[in-house]
Write a protein that binds this ligand. Structure first.
Ligand SMILES: C[S@@+](CC[C@H](N)C(=O)[O-])C[C@H]1O[C@@H](n2cnc3c(N)ncnc32)[C@H](O)[C@@H]1O
Length: 222
């Protein structure tokens, strides 16, 4: 099971115990994904609970996600969005038909398939098309959890899609601690460090990095 960086199994169990009950579709998604080779790509249950609360705080009617995988984060956020706003819409971006076929199954079980639009294409292309189609300033929430070298491009495009006061979350910004290893100068790690510095000094956002999951960078559009 995927869990937040540095938490003991006892603390993860405690979080599950005190957080709201997980929807059965989310439990099935988590348990079935745990048997897959890339299971570590999935967000943790406690991160899903956090993102649901955030969607509620924002009264999110429109959101985008980059990096669907088997659908845990999209199902969690869509459940919260639909409960508040039955007409809500979530744009889900991925490049894998294979992973997202599984996601569609959980969306159907959770009865959120009607509010999720999946686009299979490189996310930069999808976001550019949405900006060109006039969606700038219309999104309440964005979750970015795909290729790390693409984060800067998602940041710029996501900022255009967000409304003032809208929030973007960037996942894996602690990268299992690799961001503090000076010997790690890989493209992914360097991209994550660069994004953190950019957001810190960017007058367009209020940004804070937290240790939720594998590190979550939270950017509020000013
Ligand atoms: C870390 S996983 C996402 C995990 C997911 N948010 C969850 O809750 O389980 C990353 C996903 O990003 C997708 N991806 C990789 N490069 C991409 C790109 N350029 N555009 C869109 N999606 C991409 C992968 O196919 C994969 O499904």
């Amino acid at each position: 099971m995927s869990s937040s960086l540095g938490l003991t199994p006892e603390i993860v169990r405690y979080l599950a115990h005190v957080n709201p009950p997980e929807h059965p579709a989310l439990t099935r998604c988590r348990e079935e994904t745990a048997r897959m080779p890339n299971a570590m790509m999935q967000i943790s249950a406690e991160q899903g609970a956090f993102m649901q609360v955030l969607a509620r705080m924002l009264n999110a009617k429109r959101a985008f996600e980059i990096g669907v995988f088997t659908g845990y984060s999209s199902t969690a956020v869509a459940l919260a969005m639909k409960e508040l706003n039955p007409g809500a819409r979530l744009l889900a971006c991925d490049i894998s038909e294979d992973y997202t076929t599984k996601a569609r199954d959980y969306w159907r079980e959770a009865q959120v398939d009607d509010i999720i639009e999946l686009v299979i294409a490189p996310a930069t292309q999808t976001l550019d098309a949405r900006i060109a189609a006039g969606e700038a300033g219309q999104h309440d929430l964005g979750f970015i959890d795909a290729d790390k070298t693409g984060y800067d491009s998602y940041y710029e495009r996501g900022l255009q899609l967000l409304r003032k006061g809208g929030v973007m979350l960037f996942d894996n910004v602690l990268w299992s601690g690799r961001v503090v290893d000076p010997a790690d100068t890989s493209a992914d790690t360097s991209a994550l460090r660069a994004l953190a510095q950019k957001a810190k000094f960017d007058a367009r956002v209020h940004a804070a990095m937290t240790n939720i999951g594998d590190g979550l960078l939270i950017c509020v559009k000013r």
